[in-house]
Write a protein that binds this ligand. Structure first.
Ligand code: TA6
Length: 300
């Protein structure tokens, strides 16, 4: 089983605003609401690829209930911990001349909530994969992933972490099987800039020194690079195509990688599938289909 854990899910309110002007009244040309948050997006993409997963994490209030409903309408299994206070955030994506994201902080998740979540992960066994992805809610934001990884490692499942900043850095000592920063997130960890795949490899090797076993660095139109725990390094340009939607492309890459690795145990196949899935989603308005992914995979 593949478990996705979204500690800070979101309803994504995606609006198209022609010539957005800050400080003025802007009228949307279109708007839609989708269940979001990085782990949930991984489950949505896995579902599109015909791969079963169970979506775990924290939900709260009316917006959390809407996320459950929307996922269950897509036949995605969920088992969220209901937080007692607050409401799941609504993240705004303004698509205009540029894409602007406004991501909320999210409701507090307390120790008792983490205890309930970790209990649900007791079911994870060797051969399963646990994907931890996205921002972490207050007040334990920086240590949440470290503590969950510590508990999951005792169960023997493979762990995948898509996080940034302190929540990523503090979790590396728990030796996650795969970490998937984008090149901006990797650069900001080291207070530098990463402009090339060669730079990305250099800093990814440092993440391995801190404990990451395999490091997949997504670089949008510059492609991606995978640094394996056995020393192999793979790099690929992004497939050619017109980018239409960046929301969820990185999450789709994680989904493609995990789906292929769970099926084959082959890191290179997983790398190519991750690239194909991430680009396929970037080339469409939502999340790509299995056939979209296969078409791009065959071109790599
Ligand atoms: O990658 C897209 C996305 O997952 C959106 O669903 C949006 O809600 C945002 O990223 C959430 O990211 P965060 O890092 O705030 O958890």
């Amino acid at each position: 089983m593949i478990y996705t854990v979204t500690l800070n899910p979101a309803l994504d309110y995606i609006i198209n605003v022609p010539e957005y002007v800050s400080g003025a009244v802007n009228r949307c040309a279109s708007e839609k609401i989708l269940p979001g948050g990085k782990g949930i997006n991984v489950s949505v993409m896995l579902n599109n690829m015909g791969v079963e997963s169970k979506a775990l994490g924290f939900c709260a209030g009316f917006s959390g209930g809407e996320i459950r409903k929307l996922l269950e309408e897509e036949h995605i299994s969920t088992d969220f911990v209901e937080l007692r206070e607050g409401f799941t955030r609504i993240n705004v994506k303004i698509k205009s001349d540029a894409e602007t994201e406004i991501n909320g902080e999210g409701p507090c998740a307390l120790e008792e909530d983490y205890e309930r979540l970790v209990k649900k992960l007791d079911a994870a066994r060797e051969g399963d994969v646990v994907v931890l992805a996205g921002s972490t809610p207050p007040p334990f934001a920086d240590d949440a992933y470290r503590d969950i990884l510590n508990a999951v490692n005792k169960r023997g499942a493979l762990t995948v972490l898509d996080a940034s900043g302190a929540s990523l850095k503090n979790a590396l000592a728990e030796r996650p099987f795969l970490v998937k920063p984008n090149h901006h997130e990797l650069a900001s960890l080291f207070g530098t800039d990463i402009a090339s795949r060669a730079d990305a490899v250099r800093y990814a090797l440092m993440l391995q020194e801190y404990g990451a076993r395999n490091v997949l660095v997504s670089m949008a139109e510059k492609g991606a690079t995978l640094i394996c725990e056995d020393g192999r390094v793979y790099g690929s340009d992004a497939p050619k195509g017109k980018a239409r939607n960046s929301t969820g492309a990185g999450d789709s890459m994680v989904a493609g990688f995990v789906a292929a690795y769970a099926a084959t145990g082959d890191l290179y196949k997983a790398f190519k599938t991750g690239i194909a899935a991430g680009s396929a989603s970037a080339f469409c308005d939502g999340f790509a289909s299995a056939s979209d992914v296969k078409k791009l995979y065959d071109l790599l």
